[in-house]
Design a protein around this ligand. Structure first.
Ligand SMILES: *[C@@H]1O[C@H](CO)[C@@H](O)[C@H](O)[C@H]1NC(C)=O
Length: 511
């Protein structure tokens, strides 16, 4: 299993030297390629992409993914498929990690083509309207069964067991969200090189993605909507059918759950996985990360509303990035490489600073309190027995602390490290600035505290950690989601009975 060869970078021997064996091709101004300058400029996005990868919460908030990873489902994992036939499909078809996600597609109300139906294309006006109204990707489970196919008899829930490790291409963000907001950019623009692909052409999308990734030796694609899913290219490979149980009809005992309830149970199950799908069901090869963020500096990749997009990227450049994805996947799909746990590194940074920064920026009320917080964070890095002009050495230790001991091996590792260190340097320099205000200045007063708070708020605006929007403390029968459309962004608890926004698809679950 992949997890056994993952290396927790944080626990590597502290004395290992930082390797400079790998080198990023030096991009000529006229030559297109990844660069450390771009990694530094997009450091906060790269950091957050790693933090959110394979996690429902962050990947909903940051719904437009710009990054691709090689990811492997080990043998022995259960995957589910809801359909209206007891026999396995050939593929490409969809598999869900959560049972409730697949149950939805086996429910009588979902009659019509199996998982991932294709509703009729919206009219241009509807598309425009959708574009204007949609500030957030929606739950898109609205099959409009065509009238010319007779409704199938019953629904079935298939459960499969993987019998071999399945290497897959993971597309980050809400990449299974059928929206016009950019959630499909890495699929339609980058992988398919198609600028006019129709939103709802899921079968075409699946077929073309499968043609591409199977030629690289992969079994399919991992994407996320409300719930993570696999587009499995060939159902006869690497897994076996365990069961295909018939679902109850409405009116049959056990079959009285209406569509609303099924929808609620679905999002409720998915909400349990905000922090990750768990169970080591997917191992991400972090060193295989290829991101558009590695290629472009600054604002180039954002639209007028600040959303990451690939629409402005030329075909040649898209081909260049896709070529690198292929190269990395072909080179690493066999496994066996040492995989640095970059998400572990990023998590350790977020765990150490997230709550404290928020408390310092919002809760602290006196010089003494601010002093206590900042000393608690920075004393770790300061050697009070040594003269350190401007705390330059301490700042360096602070910035490198969490990635200390990592020996980067791939070009992508080096770009990731560059991004992480740019983020930690920003945190550390802000904190040393706060220290100067409230610790080094014996005359520090309320004005110093306010100045410190202001710089901490500036830092938080840059970091944009999804941790600061987390849901907690809803009742056991409720789903917690983030309401970002309302004036005051806030969490909301939704029960089966409440008129649930996210279930009707207007807000909340996606952002
Ligand atoms: C893009 O996809 C659409 C279907 O969604 C197809 O009709 C069109 O031919 C494709 N264009 C290219 C350039 O492949």
């Amino acid at each position: 299993m992949l997890s056994t060869k993952r290396v927790a970078a944080a626990f590597l021997a502290a004395f290992t030297t930082l390797s400079s064996a790998t080198s990023i091709p030096i991009s000529h101004p006229t030559e297109f390629g990844p660069s450390k300058a771009a990694a530094r400029q997009n450091a906060f996005d790269i950091f957050n992409a790693i933090h959110s990868a394979m996690r429902q919460w962050g990947s909903s908030l940051n719904h437009n993914g710009m990054s691709l990873f090689l990811a492997t489902i080990p043998a022995g994992v259960l995957l589910h498929h809801g359909t209206h036939s007891p026999t396995p499909p050939q593929g490409p078809e969809w598999l869900a990690f959560e049972i409730e996600h697949a149950e939805l597609f086996a429910h009588p109300s979902m009659r019509g083509p199996p998982m991932k139906p294709t509703p009729p294309l919206p009219s241009p006006q509807q598309q425009q309207q959708q574009q204007q109204q949609q500030q957030h990707p929606l739950l898109q489970h609205n099959p409009h069964p065509t009238n010319d196919t007779p409704p199938p008899e019953h629904g079935y829930l298939h459960t499969y067991l993987t019998t071999a490790p399945l290497p897959l291409l993971y597309l980050d963000g809400t990449s299974a969200g059928n929206t016009l907001m950019g959630t499909l950019d890495t699929q339609d623009l980058l992988l398919r090189l198609n600028r006019s692909a129709s939103l709802w052409d899921e079968p075409g999308r699946a077929r073309e993605l499968c043609d591409l990734v199977t030629s690289w030796g992969l079994h399919g694609v991992i994407r996320m909507e409300a719930g993570f899913e696999v587009i499995k290219c060939d159902f006869s490979m690497g897994m076996e059918l365990l069961s295909a149980g018939r679902r109850p009809e409405v009116g049959e005992p056990g079959g009285d759950a209406g569509r609303r309830v099924v929808m609620f149970e679905y999002v409720r199950a998915v909400g349990r996985r905000y922090g990750g799908i768990g169970g080591n069901r997917v191992g991400v090869d972090w060193g295989s990360m290829v991101s558009a963020w590695f290629y472009y500096g600054g604002v180039d990749l954002r639209d007028g509303e600040g959303r990451p997009r690939l629409v402005g990227v030329g075909d040649e450049e898209l081909r260049g990035i896709r070529g690198r994805v292929e190269e990395v996947v072909r080179g690493r799909r066999g496994g066996g490489e040492r995989v640095i746990d970059w998400q572990g590194v990023v998590d350790s940074v977020v765990e150490r600073y997230a709550d404290r920064l928020k408390y310092m920026a919002e809760g602290v009320e006196s010089v003494e309190m601010m002093r206590g917080e900042v000393n608690g964070l920075l004393n770790t890095y300061i050697d009070y027995g040594v003269k350190d002009e401007g705390y330059q050495a301490a700042m360096g230790r602070c910035a490198r602390f969490h990635a200390h001991g990592v020996i980067q091996e791939t070009q992508e590792d080096e770009l990731i490290l560059t991004a992480i260190e740019a983020v930690t340097l920003r945190i550390c320099s802000t904190l040393f600035g706060v220290r100067k205000l409230v610790v080094e200045d014996p005359q520090a007063d309320d004005a110093s505290v306010n100045a410190a708070k202001q710089s901490l708020r500036g830092l938080m605006d840059k970091l944009r950690w999804t941790r600061w929007k987390e849901c907690a403390a809803c009742s056991f029968d409720e789903l917690c989601f983030w309401r970002s459309k309302s004036e005051r962004q806030q969490k909301q608890c939704v029960s089966r009975e409440s008129n649930a926004g996210p279930i009707d698809g207007n807000d909340g679950f996606y952002h």
